[in-house]
Design a protein around this ligand. Structure first.
Ligand code: NDP
Length: 272
C-alpha cells in the first residue's frame, strides 16, 4: 500500500530559529498517531511572507503558526478570520482550507486559561504594543478586567493600541493585579530581560501575578524574580504549549495531548 503523502504544518517567523513549536507539535502529532504529519520551522523574511503563504497549501501544508513579526500581516493575508482574530487585529494561526486561509488567534484564550488569578475586576499592566500585546489586552478586556494599562518602549504605539482596544496608555509602571510582559526584551538574552523594561527586579512584588510571553533556554529574569518572591508566574513555555494546543486542535481536529506537548517544550532544542 502506498504511504500517505506527508501533511505539513509549520511556524513562520523572522527570526524563528529559537522556536520550540516544532518540538512541541511533532511530539503532539506522534502522541495522537499522525505519523504522516510533520511540523517544521519556516524562516521567512517580511518581504516574502505573502508569496510564501500563498504557496504553502500546494506543497502539502494544512496550516501554520505565525510569530514575530508577521502576526498582523498574516491576518491581512487571510481570506477569513475568527471574530477574535479580527478584533485583536493579529493572527498566530492560519488554517488552509478549500477557500483559502482562515486566521485565528489562540494567544488570547491561552493567556486567559493560564492566568493564576481571576480576571473580572482586575487591574492589569501590559508591557508592549506588538502582536502578542494586542492579543493580551483584548483578551483581558474581553474577560472583564477593570482596567488594562499599556506601556511600550515607543509610547505612541501604546497610545494607539489603547485607543483602539479600550486600554489606558501609561508612561510608567504602577502596581497591578496582573503584570503581562509582551515585549521582545530578553528574546536573545532572557536573563537580561529587565534592562529595557520599566520595572526593576524588586518592583515585581507590586504585582499579584506575572505572565511572561518571552521564553528561552532558561527562566526569564522576570519569571525568576516573581517566583523568588512567591508571586505566581506563568512563563512563555506554558503559554506556548497552551496556544499550541489550541492551534493543534484547529489543524488536526484532534484533542491535543497536552502532557506530551509540555514534556517536549521542556526538552532541549534539537540541533538537527
Ligand atoms: P512584535 O514584534 O509584534 O512586538 C514586539 C514588542 O516588543 C513591541 O512592543 C516592541 O516595542 C517591544 N520590544 C522589542 N524589543 C524591545 C526591547 N529591547 N525593549 C523593550 N521593548 C522591546 O512581537 P510579538 O508581540 O509577536 O512578540 C513579543 C514577544 O512575545 C516575543 O519574545 C515572542 O517570542 C513572544 N511570544 C511568545 C508567545 C508564547 O506563546 N509564549 C506567543 C507570542 C509571542 P516597540 O514598539 O518600541 O518596538
Amino acid at each position: 500500500m502506498a504511504r500517505p503523502a506527508t501533511i505539513r504544518l509549520g511556524v513562520i517567523g523572522w527570526p524563528v530559529a529559537h522556536s520550540r513549536s516544532p518540538a512541541i507539535h511533532n511530539a503532539a502529532l506522534d502522541g495522537v498517531g499522525l505519523a504522516h504529519w510533520r511540523y517544521q520551522l519556516l524562516p521567512v523574511p517580511p518581504a516574502l511572507l505573502a508569496e510564501t503563504v500563498a504557496a504553502l497549501p500546494a506543497v502539502g501544508f494544512r496550516g501554520v503558526n505565525v510569530t514575530i513579526p508577521h502576526k498582523r500581516p498574516a491576518l491581512a493575508l487571510a481570506k477569513a478570520a475568527t471574530p477574535r482574530a479580527r478584533a485583536i487585529g493579529a493572527a498566530n494561526t492560519l488554517v488552509f482550507g478549500e477557500h483559502g486561509a482562515e486566521a485565528d488567534n489562540t494567544d488570547a484564550p491561552a493567556l486567559i486559561a493560564q492566568l493564576p488569578v481571576e480576571v473580572p475586576g482586575a487591574v492589569v499592566l501590559v508591557l508592549g504594543a506588538g502582536g502578542s500585546a494586542r492579543a493580551a489586552a483584548w483578551a483581558l478586556l474581553d474577560a472583564g478586567a477593570a482596567e488594562v494599562r499599556i506601556w511600550n518602549r515607543t509610547p505612541e504605539r501604546a497610545a494607539a493600541l489603547a485607543a483602539e482596544l479600550g486600554g489606558t496608555p501609561v508612561r510608567a509602571a504602577q502596581p497591578a493585579d496582573i503584570l503581562v510582559n509582551c515585549t521582545a526584551a530578553g528574546l536573545e538574552e532572557p536573563q537580561r530581560s529587565f534592562v529595557e523594561l520599566p520595572i526593576q527586579e524588586q518592583d515585581v512584588s507590586s504585582y499579584g501575578c506575572v505572565v511572561d510571553f518571552v521564553y528561552g533556554a532558561d527562566e526569564t529574569a522576570l519569571v525568576r524574580a516573581a517566583r523568588a518572591r512567591g508571586i505566581p508566574a506563568t512563563d512563555g513555555l506554558e503559554l506556548l504549549v497552551a496556544q499550541g494546543a489550541l492551534s493543534f486542535e484547529r489543524f488536526t481536529g484532534r484533542p491535543a495531548p497536552i502532557e506530551a506537548m509540555r514534556a517536549a517544550a521542556g526538552a532541549p532544542v534539537s540541533s538537527s
